[in-house]
Design a protein around this ligand. Structure first.
Ligand SMILES: *Cc1c(COP(=O)(O)O)cnc(C)c1O
Length: 338
């Protein structure tokens, strides 16, 4: 089950879905995303990760032939009230300890039975979500896994546990793939599909992942400034020497965070330079003093191959997920086969 929510983590929903030929199903967070995929001819199962919240949305989900995550009693009632012909595949979400979405250990079995008895429901599968699988030192995943293992011993239908970090953990089988269960386990990779590491302390290389996104722009102006000259809004960067400033045609309006501090690395024609001055809406400025060959038209990589999004994210005190997901709609996506 490939996670293509949030515009395929910013990469471009419809195109990415086409490239993910091997996925058995695709998961989205919004009906509009399912609609976009169906309009593009997508015929695989589409999972609505938070389900629906009104009867009208349920009817739309039927029209789009969506599988539904059901995580609260209101959603069970919607299915009970549904009078249409469609029969939904349902993922009953179990709260195994994250306390975000899902039914508790006391209530899930009743709701499971209620759903299984409904004419609008074709079959019921179980899923849960790990809160801290990206932190091998955290004991919570083990507790969540044990909870689910107990449940798996009384239920023999399809089950789905693992996000990207759970897939790569070798200390225990957080995917639930062990032995006779393998055939009924659905994996839910997200960030790893895009070649980014789900772990703070392990980089993508070490996991044999290659970043899918190169976020590139070009230099549109070059300025020579003197010691003491200030650059950009608020004059945050002050030149300490004769300095050459390159102006890049990308800013926070494109999804490059305004929070990026001076010193954040970029690659200009493949060579390291760094942010100098506050990021503007449509532009940002870099110190290219040590790159005499840089000129108007030079390519500037903001993150991607050779400049991990995970590294850049740390400069803005965030994670790669947020960087790639926030690349704005106006940024042209160009798809090339490596
Ligand atoms: C987004 C999401 C995932 C994928 O998480 P990654 O850490 O990106 O692999 C898996 N399961 C659910 C329910 C999600 O919402």
């Amino acid at each position: 089950m490939a996670m293509v929510k949030a515009n395929a983590y910013g990469h471009g929903l419809v195109d990415v879905a086409r490239y993910l030929e091997a996925a058995d199903s695709l998961a989205v967070a919004r009906l509009s995303e399912a609609a976009a995929l169906r309009s593009a001819g997508e015929s695989r199962p589409l999972v609505l990760l938070e389900g629906v919240f009104t009867g009208a949305d349920l009817a739309a989900a039927a029209e789009l032939k969506c599988e539904l995550v059901v995580h609260n009693p209101m959603q069970v009632s919607l299915l009970s009230d549904y009078a249409g012909q469609y029969r939904f595949a349902v993922w009953l979400k179990i709260d195994s300890g994250m306390h975000r979405l899902g039914f508790s250990s006391d209530t899930w079995a009743d709701h499971y039975q209620r759903l299984a008895d409904l004419a609008s429901v074709r079959d019921v599968r179980l899923m849960t979500h790990y809160a801290s699988a990206d932190d091998p030192a955290d004991a919570q995943s083990t507790q969540q896994l044990q909870f689910m293992q107990q449940l798996m011993s009384t239920f023999d239908g399809p089950i789905s546990l693992a996000n990207s970090p759970a897939l790569f953990r070798d200390d225990q089988d957080l995917c639930g793939l062990a032995g006779r269960d393998a055939h009924r386990v659905w994996l839910r990779p997200g960030i790893a599909l895009y070649g980014l590491s789900p772990f703070e302390s392990v980089d993508a290389d070490a996991l044999d992942l290659k970043p899918v996104m190169n976020f590139d722009a070009r230099l549109i102006s070059v300025q020579s400034i003197r010691p003491g000259d200030k650059v950009g809004y608020g004059g945050r960067f002050v030149a300490a020497r004769d300095t050459c400033i390159g102006v890049v045609a990308a800013g926070y309006g494109d999804g490059y965070p305004r929070a990026m501090p001076d010193g954040t690395p970029v690659l200009v024609d493949g060579q390291r330079a760094s942010i100098a001055g506050r990021v503007s809406m449509d532009m940002l400025t870099v110190d290219i003093t040590d790159l005499p060959s840089a000129r108007v038209g030079s390519e500037v990589r903001l993150w991607g191959a050779g400049l991990p999004a995970e590294l850049i994210a740390a400069f803005a005190d965030t994670i790669s997920y947020e960087l790639v997901t926030r690349v704005a709609a106006r940024v042209r996506r160009q798809f090339v086969t490596a």
